[in-house]
Design a protein. Structure first.
Length: 338
């Protein structure tokens, strides 16, 4: 076990002098400030830590090398935590570890959960798991409680920056599209699992559309007046009827040997949902009162964009059609592209 000399310890709050400590491995480099009273021990720990790392490669980091600055600092935390566990009298190590933990949380985590940080980093899954393990080992070594982090989505909802119901509706819609796409592209056990999942996803999406359809006129009197006034009612009435009919059609075709029909019907169901939104707002494209003409760019800009669109859209349609042609048919076990 590595053991450094005792120098007396001070936390960052009790020390007025700070010195930089630089962690490096190959092209990775991260620098942060350490209280002068702890710098000697931090440097010795750094040297021992560097000796424990594999030799850096000139190209991409190997599986046993750190791939990012966050991973490098996390491994340093894990190394110090191991030293603290082996030598309970190394009080200076604990103080160094506290400083490094604070720096790691401030610079990399930004009040998020460590798992959210790991998910954004490069490298294989084992490296991400190692980062999480090193972080929790560091917190355990300094006896910091593991506080649960609120979901970023829940925090945004509390701040009225996001709607939980909106996100749930999107998840259900994409779940249905994903299930029906896999029904069309796969067979066997996977296809049967997707058929089973598509049924509740269809009913869930119908429930979302129903809640939105009820909530919208209750909270927007102008839209309610537009929906239920004659003769507009006769134009709007087919939308909910088509939604119900399409939902029933999806559930029926899921009971039969089917392939493309569920996906096409799911697309039509989403189209009806968006069409209901469009006809409720038209001609206002930016709620509540900016019309499509008011939101449009100047004619010169639109003319320039039109020329570009006339040239680019055929290219997009061509390569999209080609990609669908290349990947046509079902994906079967043992098949692949070489």
């Amino acid at each position: 076990m590595y053991s450094g000399g005792a120098t007396g310890t001070h936390t960052p709050r009790s020390s007025q002098n700070l010195r930089p400590l630089i962690l490096t491995h190959g092209s990775l480099e991260y620098s942060f400030l350490i209280p002068t009273a702890l710098h000697f021990q931090a440097s010795q720990l750094k040297d021992a830590f560097n000796a424990s790392l594999p030799e850096p490669t000139d190209e991409l980091a190997q599986d046993d090398e750190p791939s990012s600055s966050a991973e490098l600092v996390a491994r340093y935390i894990g190394f110090i935590a191991a030293e603290v566990d082996e030598d309970e009298e190394a009080a200076g190590f604990v103080e160094v570890l506290k400083v490094v933990l604070n720096e790691f949380e401030r610079s990399f985590m930004h009040a998020n959960d460590v798992h959210a940080l790991a998910a954004t980093l490069p490298g294989i899954t084992a490296k991400k798991l190692l980062l999480v393990q090193c972080y929790y080992a560091g917190r355990a070594a300094v006896a910091r409680p593991i506080k649960p982090h609120d979901s970023a989505l829940l925090r945004a909802a509390d701040d009225e920056e996001a709607s939980i119901f909106t996100v749930f509706g999107l998840l259900v819609a994409y779940a249905l599209l994903g299930c029906t796409w896999l029904i069309m592209k796969t067979e066997g056990t996977l296809q049967q699992r997707m058929i089973a999942l598509a049924r509740p996803a269809t009913l869930g999406l119908l429930a979302v559309i129903g809640v939105v359809s009820l909530w919208t006129p209750l909270t927007h009197p102008a839209i309610a007046a537009r929906w239920f006034a004659l003769p507009d009612l006769f134009f709007f009435a087919p939308v909910p009827l088509l939604v119900l009919a399409t939902t029933g059609a999806i559930l029926r075709v899921l009971k039969r040997e089917t392939h493309a029909a569920p996906f096409l019907l799911a697309l039509f169901l989403l189209f009806m949902g968006y069409s209901g939104l469009a006809i409720s707002l038209w001609p206002n494209i930016v709620p509540p009162g900016i019309s499509i003409r008011e939101a449009a760019a100047p004619p010169e800009s639109m003319g320039f964009t039109l020329v570009g669109a006339l040239l680019i859209i055929p290219v997009i349609l061509t390569y999209t059609a080609w990609s669908y042609y290349v990947f046509r048919g079902k994906v079967r076990s043992g098949e692949g592209y070489h």
